[in-house]
Design a protein around this ligand. Structure first.
Ligand code: NIG
Ligand code: FE
Length: 411
């Protein structure tokens, strides 16, 4: 089965094959030029079109990108917290919302009280929404369990979700998200360690929320040891609200990523940029929560592996559209189109350790692709508009917008 993508106005491709990541100070080397590609048996077979194909995709006027990779979401969860958002924007302090049972705890309660089928149905619907926005790979996290049984159930649900969505997914155990009632950070870390063997059946990464209201540097240290002892990646939510100086600790453990960084200490930028730890910025959470702005430009200029993600969750960032995140990132951080697109493709795939399989348009990679009905520059420029005409997973059309159906020609 051969498919030829013909006459694209732009095809996004890396400057060299087989990159693990591209440091963002080199993002402007990303190639964005007219062309086409050939897909065979679900993989990219050639970086040029062919006349000899069963299916032709007319990509005229379109940008052809690798499928977008959302490397930081909190799926699966139950329900939403719209009331809390209205309180927040009308000036109710977070402490008050939290004292009244809001925040992570309210999502934990909702998850506990919602049957499996309902949780999965909500997550599956969101995955469909993400597919229509061009996301072909996403990460799931636990973290709303707040008990051993709850966390293991969340991971089990994430594994079940992977079987009913079109996308490739990965799972991360965010075992240290909020300190459950009756525990200290240290006694909860003991629990986390005990549940680890079972959790590891589901996940490729461990995660922790390091914050004055959550876990501390010593807990991050311990999570780092657990990750390396068990051969999984370390991820960490750091420097979101408070400058905790988590970055040097995460770097000592060779974390795959540090996420948020809205309040990163200036002295931590250069060491982070010199490391192989990715800097995952979450402009949706910053925008929705009126948080500080991560120093993206400094990180890029220092040579960091800069990544953008939705942080999709019912609290801080109920946003699941990477095109919107690209728009927010470009506006907020002053990114070029290539910097922003690199941050939601190859570099995001690296965060999930899927870079050899997907994340860029190059020979032999999975043909996970997104066809935009406009030039790539319009993604950020026409903020809030969905530019996705079609999404392809493993070479097959997984979503085609009705007004783009004519582009797919059999025979
Ligand atoms: O990444 N920062 C911690 N965790 C989430 C928010 C979770 C929530 O509010 O439900 C985040 O922003
Ligand atoms: Fe998060």
């Amino acid at each position: 089965m051969t498919t030829s993508f013909d006459n694209a106005a732009q095809v996004l491709a890396p400057p060299e094959p087989e990159l693990r990541f591209l440091r963002s100070d080199r993002a402007n080397e990303m190639i964005l030029e007219p062309g086409g590609i050939t897909v065979e048996h679900g993989r990219i077979a050639a970086l040029e079109p062919t006349t000899d194909a069963e299916t032709h995709i007319d990509a005229s006027g379109c940008a052809l990108l690798p499928g977008l990779v959302d490397c930081h979401t909190h799926l699966p969860f139950a329900g939403w917290r719209a009331g809390e958002y209205e309180q927040k924007v009308t000036g109710v302090p977070y402490e008050e919302i939290s004292r009244a049972g809001g925040g992570i705890r309210s999502s934990a309660k909702a998850l506990r009280e919602t049957p499996d089928e309902t949780v999965l149905a909500q997550a599956q619907e969101l995955a469909g929404e993400m597919l229509r926005s061009g996301t072909t790979t996403f990460e799931c996290k636990s973290g709303y369990g707040l008990s051993t049984a709850g966390e293991l159930r969340a991971l089990q649900l994430a594994t079940e979700l992977s079987q009913i969505v079109s996308q490739v997914t990965t799972r991360t155990a965010l075992l240290a998200h909020a300190v459950p009632d009756g525990y200290t950070t240290a006694t909860w870390m003991d629990e986390a360690e005990k549940m680890l063997p079972e959790a590891l059946e589901h996940v490729s990464a461990l995660d922790i929320f390091v914050e004055s209201i959550a876990f501390g540097l010593e807990d991050l240290d311990r999570m780092g040891e657990l990750a390396s002892a068990n051969g999984v990646l370390l991820r960490a939510h750091v420097e979101q609200f408070t400058t905790m100086r988590s970055v040097p600790v995460a770097l000592r453990h060779n974390a795959r990523s540090v996420d948020h960084l809205s309040t990163i200490h200036p002295d931590d930028i250069a060491p982070l940029a010199a490391s192989d730890t990715a800097a995952v910025l979450l402009p949706g959470a910053e925008f929705m929560g009126d948080e500080a702005t991560a120093p993206a430009r400094d990180l890029i200029e220092a040579g960091a592996i800069m990544v953008l993600a939705t942080d999709g969750n019912p609290g801080t960032s109920p946003i699941f559209s990477l095109p919107l995140i690209v728009g927010l990132g470009v506006r907020r951080y002053g990114l070029s189109t290539r910097e922003a697109l690199l941050a939601v493709t190859l570099n995001a795939a690296y965060v999930l350790d899927l870079q050899s399989e997907l994340g860029s348009i190059e020979r032999d990679k999975r043909a996970d692709l997104v066809l935009l009905d406009c030039p790539a520059e319009h993604v950020a420029y026409r903020l809030g508009r969905n530019p996705v005409a079609a999404t392809f997973v493993g070479g097959e059309p997984a979503y085609v917008r009705p007004d783009a159906a004519w582009r797919i020609m059999e025979g």
